[in-house]
Design a protein around this ligand. Structure first.
Ligand SMILES: [Zn+2]
Length: 371
């Protein structure tokens, strides 16, 4: 693991999930399955008809949780699919052979378009040609857009964005050389989809489920909540020990994803019961959605407060404010994610009038407290 001050970070740019550990202690959570978890290629039932599947990731974040759901005669639903690694595909093949009771996968639902979630959606869809692919519209089109970048040269808007952030030429060259990598981390996408919208209801595992849409970590992230089972499949929108990456990207440099993220945390708190069993995409299933959401909100509040203090001392570049958010120096392995997250915090302060920004003759942005 790459330790970044009080937080731990995934170490590759395609690992978009975030930083593990938190700034101020831990929320009081309970883990009803303790140390138990399914082996790769096996499943473990965590609620009636809901089977936990765990697949490896090539990051410091080692696992992703996926869900195989029994829809009776219709067949099976898969929620999230893992990265298109040989080991993951082998494990899926084993599950398809041993765990489906001869019934097909009829539906693949993807919470959001990051490669560890959507990576095998197309591959599974081609194995089960009659299956449907369910995802929100913004996740679908954003994924298609990012895949279309593969093979293109890095755009000037991207180099300008990172130059503004204070990156040196070697770091910008690394950005250029890695540009378009997203498309290499996902299998060929399904060409059609069924759109998930906020507050949609649908049947799964013989019960009614409702979509709770979140934003900030990805454009339009679906959480799936079942009141009857008191279960929520939370994707990356609510994780017990990782604070999900909330980043600004060069395509929308003035975005305010932190505001979206904080509003989503409040929304989830308002809509989820306190005792709900949370099935997150990383770490283990847990109970304690409310204290965890409070903790995440508080963590960003602490970072914003430290950031304001730093800007009050003297004008700073994006790369100068990492210590306010991450606690210590950020290595080049995580600089992209750290830059995106630092700008998310800075843009939040710009939008609320608590910071000002100006760009100097070299194209570097400086942030300061309002005069
Ligand atoms: Zn994600």
């Amino acid at each position: 693991m790459v330790t970044v001050g009080r937080r731990q970070a995934t170490c590759q740019t395609s690992g978009m999930d975030g930083f593990e550990g938190k700034t101020a202690g831990r929320a009081p959570l309970t883990y009803p399955f303790g140390e138990d978890s399914p082996d790769v290629g096996d499943t473990m039932e965590v609620a009636p008809g809901i089977h936990w599947v765990r697949m490896p990731l090539p990051f410091s974040l080692q696992w992703i949780n996926l869900w195989l759901i029994d829809d009776g005669e219709k067949g099976w639903t898969i929620v999230d699919t893992g990265m298109p690694l040989d080991e993951t595909k082998t494990a899926w093949r084993k599950i398809f052979e041993e765990k489906l009771d001869g019934r097909p996968v009829w539906r693949v639902i993807v919470t959001h378009m990051h490669p560890d979630h959507i990576g095998n959606a197309g591959w599974i869809g081609r194995k089960f040609p009659d299956s449907e692919f369910w995802i929100s519209r913004l996740e679908y089109v954003t994924c298609r857009m990012l895949i279309a970048d593969t093979g293109r040269e890095a755009p000037e808007a991207g180099t300008q964005f990172y130059r503004q952030s204070g990156w040196d030429e070697a770091q910008i060259e690394t950005y250029r050389s890695r540009f378009g990598g997203f498309g290499r981390g996902v299998s060929r996408m399904p060409d059609a989809y069924h759109r998930l919208e906020d507050d949609d209801t649908f049947e799964m595992a013989g019960e009614t489920w409702r979509v709770i849409m979140g934003n900030g970590h990805s454009p339009e992230h679906s959480c799936l909540f079942c009141e009857a089972l008191n279960v929520v499949i939370s994707g990356d929108q609510l994780l017990p020990r990782i604070s999900s990456n909330v980043s600004v990207f060069p395509t929308e440099p003035n975005a305010n994803p932190l505001r979206d993220w904080l509003e989503s945390c409040e929304k989830l708190k308002a809509q989820l019961p306190e005792g709900v069993l949370v099935l997150p995409a990383h770490n283990e299933p847990f109970i304690g959605a409310h204290p965890r959401l409070d903790h995440l909100i508080k963590g960003h509040g602490v970072a914003l407060k430290r950031l304001k203090q730093r800007l009050g001392q003297e004008p700073r570049r994006v790369v100068d404010v990492f210590p306010a958010i991450f606690g210590r120096k950020i290595g080049d392995d995580v600089i992209s994610m750290a830059t995106g997250e630092a700008i998310a915090h800075l843009n939040y302060l710009l939008a609320s009038g608590e910071a000002e920004k100006s760009v100097d003759a070299d194209g570097v942005a400086w942030y300061r407290s309002p005069s």
